[in-house]
Design a protein. Structure first.
Length: 178
């Protein structure tokens, strides 16, 4: 069985700082719990650690339709582009309703001019083996779950993207990354 796209969303925001002052892997892997929480009313907690293989990992807990516990492992870590992949727990509507999904979080920075950068934030949620069976046990058609997830993800991404951009801008202007 191949992965099915449950939901996907892309949002953009402007960073009023030069691209040379931005380091996206350093931003995401040093984002504090309070900074993460400030970027969405639905962000609950964040921390950074390493996998057993030594790859950096961002652990996020947030409410996006369901309670999500994400373990984002770095896949691409370039100064102006990151791609993180998580085998995530999706919990809801009650604590007994739990399923695994893959979440791919990709974000990039692109120079607009010498002092302005475009920030693009993309999230894709994919099914994993057992996901469709978990829905079936609860009597939920995939189309209904996908529609619910899409609405929640689109709204969440629209809220967090400009706030992520502001956090990156603040740190870039403070020359946090050299």
């Amino acid at each position: 069985m191949s992965e099915k796209v449950i939901a996907q969303s892309t949002a953009e925001a402007t960073i009023h700082a030069p691209i040379a002052a931005i380091n996206l892997p350093e931003w995401v892997f040093t984002l504090t719990d309070s900074e993460y929480q400030a970027c969405s009313k639905n962000h609950i907690a964040a921390a950074a650690t390493f996998t057993l293989e030594g790859k950096r990992m961002s652990i996020n807990v947030e409410h996006v339709g369901n309670l999500m516990v994400q373990h984002y492992v770095e896949d691409i870590s370039e100064q102006s582009h990151c791609r993180l992949v998580s085998l995530s727990d999706s919990i809801g509507p009650d604590i007994g309703s739990r399923a695994k999904v893959t979440v791919v979080w990709s974000f990039s920075a692109e120079a607009v001019d010498t002092d302005t950068t475009k920030f693009t934030n993309s999230v894709e949620v994919l099914s994993v083996p057992g996901y469709l069976e978990a829905l079936e046990k609860r009597g939920i058609p995939f189309s209904k779950a996908s529609e619910f997830a899409q609405q929640a993800l689109t709204a969440h991404n629209a809220e967090e993207t400009p706030l992520f951009a502001k956090d990156i801008e603040r740190k870039a202007l403070a020359r946090r990354w050299g």
